[in-house]
Design a protein around this ligand. Structure first.
Ligand SMILES: O=C(O)CCC(=O)C(=O)O
Length: 312
């Protein structure tokens, strides 16, 4: 339970999780890395040391804007965004279920937008991840596109229980399509968490589908979790085109979007692995089944924006 003074009302822009303000002293800034100025060895060292690599403005801004508009237009067509659609403001309405009888099929077509795929599965991330692994890589076909309206946040977790059935050599690439200041719910990383031995032990060999007795997310409030370990929640004001890459053991989550102007947060996360390592068939090919096998319908993104999210 958090002390009462952590709660609303909010002053200036603050980080919030589930209605609680995160104390400022727990927040820290992500280290920034320039891809152009880094060798493969330098990138591997950075990943080993920090558990993540943050590349500001890695992607071409025009391609990011085009992909964003492609997605916003689809959300506007189901009445979830206000006009003009390119501002990405949540309408608090939805006609998604009325217009499409299959949520998964709808979300799959949005996730397969050509302009979005240019960014997520295009040459830039392939080049960057190949440089990190030191061998050619492939991006997963199954994509986690997230249009995040007000009131949503992502619980603390690491990605190993989802993506390491084929190989442990997997990296998550998280891409910002909108500007994401603190009130818009940016992603955060728990400083040094890829080296927390107890966490590593409890999630080693954990598979979110097979080990039903264990949850992927950590229930403890990320602020108290971090504070007990003298760690900070590392984040930044993301700008469109920023990419954050992290390993499977790195604990992360996302702050709550409480932006008063109703702007949604648009991001996607995709995984890359060496091309010569075994692939988990759930995430590759046409109509991939995704984590549970239910396809794109299992994602929070497939839910109309007016509907709450599930927690795994
Ligand atoms: O974007 C978010 O809210 C969460 C992203 C995430 O959990 C991931 O990329 O693994």
């Amino acid at each position: 339970m958090l002390p009462e003074y952590w709660r609303w009302p909010l002053g200036k822009k603050e980080a919030v999780i589930d209605g609680s303000v995160v104390p400022e002293y727990i927040l820290g800034e992500l280290n920034r890395t320039s891809f152009q100025e880094s060798s493969g060895d330098a990138l591997r060292l950075r990943l080993e040391k920090d558990g993540y690599i943050f590349f500001p403005e890695l992607m071409d801004i025009k391609e990011i804007q085009e992909a964003r508009n492609e997605i916003f237009k689809r959300l506007f067509e189901v009445d979830e965004l206000e006009e003009p659609y390119y501002e990405g403001r949540f309408s608090y309405r939805s006609r998604r279920d009325e217009l499409y009888n299959d949520r998964g099929a709808f979300w799959e077509t949005v996730s397969n937008g050509k302009l979005l795929r240019n960014v997520s599965n295009g040459p830039v991330l392939k080049r960057v991840t190949s440089q990190i692994f030191g061998t050619p890589t492939v991006g997963f076909d199954y994509l986690f596109l997230r249009a995040v309206p007000q009131g949503r946040f992502t619980h603390l977790h690491c990605d190993s229980g989802f993506f390491t059935r084929g190989t442990n050599e997997v990296l998550t690439c998280w891409i910002a399509f909108t500007e994401i200041p603190l009130d818009n719910g940016p992603l955060f990383i728990v400083e040094g968490s890829h080296k927390f031995i107890d966490i590593h032990k409890s999630f080693k060999d954990f598979d979110v589908v097979l080990n039903k007795e264990q949850k992927a997310s950590i229930d403890e409030h990320p602020a108290s979790f971090a504070s007990k370990r003298n760690a900070k929640l590392l984040t930044t004001t993301f700008t469109p085109g920023d990419v954050l890459i992290f390993g499977m053991d790195t604990l992360h989550g996302a702050f709550e979007n409480y932006a008063a102007d109703n702007r949604i947060r648009l991001t996607c996360d995709i995984r890359y692995q060496p091309r010569n390592k075994p692939k988990d068939p759930r995430y590759f090919g046409v109509n991939p089944g995704g984590t549970t096998g239910a396809g794109y319908g299992e994602l929070n993104g497939a839910r109309p924006l007016i509907e709450d999210w599930h927690i795994r």
